[in-house]
Design a protein around this ligand. Sequence first.
Ligand code: PGA
Length: 249
Amino acid sequence: MIIANWKCNGSTEMVLSWFEAYNIEFNFENYDFDIFIGLALPSIYLNHFDREDSQFNFAEWGVQDVDHSDGSRTGAISVDMLIDMECDFSIIGHSERRQIFNEDNDLIKEKLKSLNNRIMPVLCIGETKEENDKGITKDILKNQLEIVNGLELDESFTIAYEPVWAIGSGLTPEPKDINEIHKYIKDVVQSNSANNLIPTVLYGGSVTDKNAESFFKEEFVDGALVGGASLDGTTFAKIVNIFNSTKKT
Ligand code: PGA
């Protein structure tokens, strides 16, 4: 599974040129059509294009965040609206939402509960540099994962492990360390969810076409959530091609 997170970037012109570049680079011939390729463009562009058109239809479409309720909530987009617009997934709990918009675990849990069994949730978790330096990464992740405790999780439930210090910095943990953390995340969710679900776990944070293979080779890395490198259609297609040839899942 590879997901593009465009964050607050893009324009009509950029979307069109992105797809053109993507479709030139994307290796259609050897593509395993079971691979989930998700695009989380700014949601205002979601219905701006004919998503059934062949230049767009390789992808699953999603959003970067969602609200847990509807009605008098200015600026919000609800899960019902995502279903109405035929969205496939929603990212929740991104560290930028936690830090800039002050979202806490209680709110993120409400979002998870409202998505669960309706739209695929992609829950982001990750430690800061300071927490990493202190050696408390696993404690921090366990705390962020408390929101799954006792929940009957949908089979599609996905986690993106994104160390905050790796996002947009060009720094990444060692692939073997990412692998160990992913195994830990799978174990925690399996032990604490009501249905003992083993989630899909993506890695996110400065993934590029240059380092992607080193992550995808690791056993418990099920894909990537790609920010900066997803803004270029050619680079994102290269990452998908690398995933396709390394994993075939
Ligand atoms: P990055 O962002 O790939 O630019 O580091 C990843 C993310 O924030 O999802």
